[in-house]
Write a protein that binds this ligand. Structure first.
Ligand code: ADE
Ligand code: ZN
Ligand code: ZN
Length: 263
């Protein structure tokens, strides 16, 4: 008799667990976007920076560690870093003028990571941890919906369809659109747009805050273009994939600039 209930519970769990898994928030940028940022950054690192990073990361690549920030999210010990993946601002506000999240945000997080990496007294373990987080956060701040509105959680509450399947505006920009393009992260990195020296210089310029403000401007335009219930697909990708690819490329170039400054 008892065995029957255990068996019943077992099958019930089998059905319920994947359902619960599906309602968890989507990962940020999705692994692909983060890996491309890491792979592109590689191409812009000085030799001395590369060597210092290889030592800290035990020869793991930037692309490999780029998803670490999302991997630790489900571990309660790292809960305090949960707000470091995004920043919310009212439409057309700048970061400087915005109400700050008391729990911290992506700007606060990235700047903290930089400060640990520059600290001569920090341990190599700490440096490795915050380096992995920095690589992740610089990716996140280039995903337009990671600098969106607080009211809809950066588009997470805007339910739409992607090629007929239920999703939300945030997830379209994290993963649906880039994964739908069906290129590996290495292919996306090697097919990034060719840039002139002047273009690279202008992308490298500025501060983390400047970059977040630029990302926020893109978010404002994205909000205007989409409403709840829209079925987005090929036409949306045709109009927007270039924005995602360009943001990822900027993320890589700027990550390398920060790392070259630090090491
Ligand atoms: N992910 C979870 N909450 C978020 C928010 N408020 N804005 C952007 N991304 C998020
Ligand atoms: Zn993230
Ligand atoms: Zn996200």
């Amino acid at each position: 008799m008892k065995l029957k209930y255990i068996a019943l519970l077992f099958f019930a769990l089998l059905i319920v667990t994947p359902t619960l898994a599906n309602v968890k928030p989507a990962p940020e940028w999705g692994p692909t976007g983060h890996r491309v940022v890491g792979k592109i950054a590689d191409n812009y690192l000085k030799g001395s920076t590369k060597r210092a990073i290889q030592k800290l990361l035990n020869r793991q690549s930037l692309a490999f560690v780029s998803t670490y920030g999302d991997e630790i999210k489900s571990d309660d010990r790292y809960r305090k870093f949960g707000t470091w993946h995004y920043v919310n601002m009212e439409a057309n506000q700048s970061y400087e003028d915005s109400k700050k999240n008391p729990k911290g945000d992506a700007v606060v997080g990235a700047e903290y990571c930089v400060s640990v990496l520059k600290d001569k007294n920090a341990t190599d373990d700490d440096k490795a941890f915050y380096l992995k987080l920095l690589i992740h956060i610089i990716g996140d701040i280039h995903q337009p919906m990671h600098a969106g509105l607080e009211a809809d959680k950066g588009g997470n509450d805007i339910d739409v369809k992607w090629m007929g399947k239920s999703t939300n505006l945030h997830r379209i920009w994290d993963s649906d659109m880039i994964n739908g393009y069906d290129m590996s992260y290495t292919e996306l990195a090697s097919n990034a747009d060719a840039l002139s020296k002047e273009q690279i210089k202008s992308i490298e310029a500025g501060t983390i805050t400047d970059w977040v403000n630029e990302t926020h401007t893109l978010a404002n335009a994205i909000y205007k273009d989409v409403k709840t219930g829209d079925n987005l697909g090929y036409k949306y990708a045709y109009n927007n994939l270039s924005v995602a690819r360009s943001q990822i490329q900027k993320g890589g170039i700027r990550l390398a600039r920060l790392l070259n400054d630090i090491f």
